[in-house]
Design a protein around this ligand. Structure first.
Ligand code: SF4
Length: 240
């Protein structure tokens, strides 16, 4: 899979952003994350090698994983990105957003029911944002929809929003001040997915993790493999 970050920088916009790893990493390097700037790889999908082939390989492309594809500051650049996405039909472009309310203002004129090679993941972290964002998300013209509940900071009921969703990803927060993740919340979302026939993935534990009422403090390097050890993922069909 490939990564494509046509711009960098992001602004905190929801409770889930509190310990954003992009902000933390930039702070260490003295970079101002709030400044949104185009990167050198802006036109990465269209760059070709000497033999005329695209340098970026076919398949899944993680788009804007160090920013937000729908951030307002990138409005003037996004239409060019859509053109590149349309041209690269051999790639599937997947982006996460905490700004789903901006979606209809950000799509190209020929979007229709959605480009077939675009996957949109709406992120939520608590019940209030789940209700606000997912009630809108379910009405949007998008061919491939996922929900990312990470960092999950409380128990959430999302079953009524799962129709048309292909995958729900759940994860905890990574930070020494992280808000805890209770495993019962993870299992609860998993049960909701099972009832609605939606694929489910437990992506990572939280630094502070509660299981059966016991608190654990986990090392960052173990967050993902501990989640995999739980062996509770459900893959109902091949995605992308
Ligand atoms: S939207 Fe994502 S990248 Fe932007 S500040 Fe929030 S957590 Fe960080």
């Amino acid at each position: 899979m490939a990564m494509w970050n046509p711009w960098r920088g992001c602004k905190k916009c929801s409770e889930g952003c509190l310990h954003c790893y992009i902000h933390k990493g930039d702070a260490k390097r003295g970079i101002n994350t709030n400044e949104i700037v185009k990167t050198k790889e802006f036109d990465k999908p269209l760059i070709k090698s000497k033999n005329g082939n695209y340098k970026m390989k076919s398949g899944l492309v993680y788009l804007c994983f160090s920013t937000d594809f729908l951030i307002e500051e990138a409005d003037e650049w996004r239409s060019e990105c859509w053109k590149m996405i349309k041209e690269r039909q051999d790639c599937t472009f997947l982006f996460l957003t905490k700004r789903i309310e901006r979606f209809m203002d950000c799509i190209p004129d020929d979007w229709g029911k959605g480009y077939k090679n675009v996957v949109v993941c709406c992120t939520i972290e608590n019940q209030q944002n789940a209700d606000r964002k997912l009630s809108l998300f379910q009405t949007l013209p998008i061919r491939h929809k996922c929900i990312t509940a990470q960092p999950l900071i409380e128990n959430v009921e999302i079953e009524k929003y799962l129709q048309g969703i292909e995958l729900v990803v759940v994860g905890g927060e990574s930070d020494y001040r992280a808000r805890p993740l209770d495993y019962s919340w993870v299992l609860n979302i998993r049960e909701q997915c099972i009832r609605q026939g939606v694929s489910f993935e437990f992506r990572q534990c939280g630094t502070h993790f509660i299981k059966d009422g016991k608190w654990y403090k986990l090392k960052t390097k173990n967050l993902r493999n501990q989640a995999k050890k739980a062996n509770i993922d459900i893959k109902l069909k091949e995605l992308y």
